[in-house]
Design a protein around this ligand. Structure first.
Ligand code: IFM
Length: 486
């Protein structure tokens, strides 16, 4: 159910399609090469946190600290993907997905972050890639989705410039082992989130609240983003598409026309949407609106860094969930801007407290594609968290299905206007561990019962399957994964 503020009387966002009429588009409108996928991440799904030689990560440590995660939850088992990946891939294939995006846990393959390789960890990703290919799912491998090896955190983690070299070595290891079979690579997942939430706000691992740590981590992540791209390209010339992903939200001023709010919105845009993207184009950091941030960052930069931060990615992964409304704030130095929570705006919102606003996907595709040197865009994450109820073996998640349809419709809108957008990956294939929020918010197209690890394809997943044409699955295989094909 979509949560509505008390006394809410507006209709749902215009981007929603009425349930009573057929959808005004089909898969064919996107063309035959469009990538249809779902995304996942190691720490959120795998579990097996100490299995077969895996080293600890900063999220293993962070979840042990009191007061960091709702209900003190952790991801030691999570969705048990480490043991159940074949079932989950069967379900992904049954949906008719063409692509599956997942991340590798750095400390599973390099328990100390660098140096000795854990063969059994590397073998797991080898098996996973083969299992994708056996099911005609193209694997997209994200190298870093926030679970830094604890051993590297002990040396300063992202605040230590040596991380650029450690990360590049890890990227090369993965490319050497899997590069012959993985056609799509994403270097980082949402750097502004792991840098900002982890080093400035302290609400994600490693739980720091320090401006200097934030600036250092931000600069080193920018360097690692490009260096990771170069490492992959050197080993996989011509054979792989190399991208990276950005979190982003369409931003609008709280009081349209108000000069202070408009300026605050531009500053927030620079930080939230452009900070890690513009350097890849050789434009440096977007500090025109925030000169003070530019001066502060200089402390961490060395001669030649502007060139080192640039890399011609084959694609940018756009990860969008909502829009944000921005107002001028005298309390937040540097940015002088605050986000107005959806709950205070008389708009519908999700279990994350995020405004239900699928048009944001369209707006971000337009904004990013306006850069003359922008590469192809992929929506590598898009989705919504709503409470689910299991009823007679079904999950009638009407709101998530409506959101999915609306977001896909917004992608088509951008594509029809000439935006080079080549794929849509729903977040997420299965329910999983939602970081500081624990297991509360559910984003999956497939429901996970964390007691039994039973999977049920939700109605949103069933709709996606119907839209994509599904795949033929033998009754035998369907029986094995407990799917009702009817
Ligand atoms: O679950 C996260 C994911 O790890 C990164 N992008 C946003 C998702 C929803 O919060």
């Amino acid at each position: 159910m979509i949560k509505l503020p008390p006394n809410y009387s507006e209709p749902l966002p215009a981007a929603f399609y009425p349930a009573s009429a057929p959808l005004p588009f089909s898969r064919a409108d996107f063309g035959p090469d469009f990538q249809w996928g779902a995304s996942a991440a190691a720490y959120q799904t795998e579990g097996a946190w100490q299995h077969q030689g895996k080293g600890p990560s900063i999220w293993d440590d962070f979840t042990r600290r009191k007061g960091t995660i709702r209900r003190s939850e952790h991801a030691r088992v999570a969705a048990d993907f480490y043991n159940r990946y074949e079932t989950d891939l069967d379900l992904a294939a049954a949906m008719g997905l063409t692509d599956f995006r997942f991340s590798a846990a750095w400390s599973r393959v390099l328990p100390e972050g660098s140096g000795a390789v854990n063969r059994r960890g590397l073998d797991f990703y080898d098996r996973l890639v083969d299992a994708c290919l056996e099911r005609d799912l193209r694997p997209m491998l994200t190298l870093y989705h926030w679970d830094l090896p604890s051993a590297l955190q002990a040396k300063g983690g992202w605040t230590n410039r040596n991380i650029v070299g450690w990360f590049s070595d890890y990227a090369q290891l993965m490319a050497r082992r899997l590069g012959d079979r993985v056609p799509h690579w994403a270097v980082l997942n949402e750097p502004m989130v792991f840098v900002g939430a982890g080093h400035l706000l302290g609400i994600h691992a490693p739980g720091r609240r320090h401006l200097g740590a934030f600036l250092a981590a931000a600069h080193h992540a920018t360097l690692a983003q490009a260096e990771g791209g170069r490492a992959l390209r050197a080993l996989l010339p011509g054979s792989a598409e190399i991208g990276t992903t950005f979190s982003c939200s369409y931003l609008t001023p709280h009081r349209p026309g108000n000069r202070q709010d408009e300026a605050a919105t531009r500053r927030a845009d620079a930080v939230l949407n452009l900070f890690f993207m513009e350097p890849t184009l050789g434009l440096g950091y977007p500090t025109a609106q925030l000169p003070a941030l530019g001066w502060l960052l200089e402390r961490y930069q060395k001669p030649g860094d502007d060139q080192r931060m640039a890399f011609d990615f084959d694609f940018w992964g756009i990860q969008n969930y909502t829009r944000e409304v921005v107002k001028f704030s005298p309390w937040l130095p540097l940015q002088w801007a605050a986000l107005v929570p959806a709950r205070q705006r008389n708009v519908p919102y999700t279990d994350m407290g995020w405004e239900v606003y699928p048009e944001s996907v369209y707006q971000m595709l337009k904004q990013y594609s306006a850069y003359p040197k922008a590469p192809k865009l992929l929506i590598t994450e898009s989705g919504s968290a709503f409470p689910d109820v299991v009823t007679d073996g079904r999950v009638p998640d009407v709101a998530r299905r409506a959101y999915l349809q609306a977001a896909i419709g917004q992608v088509l809108r951008a594509k029809r206007e000439g935006v080079d957008v080549g794929g849509y990956f729903a977040w997420s294939l299965t329910d999983n561990f939602e970081w500081a929020e624990g297991y509360g918010p559910r984003f999956g197209l497939i429901h996970v019962d964390y007691e039994t690890q039973e999977r049920i394809m939700k109605d949103s997943g069933r709709w996606y399957k119907k839209f994509l044409g599904g795949a033929v699955m033998s009754a035998e295989r369907a029986g094995k994964v407990g799917m009702n094909l009817g």
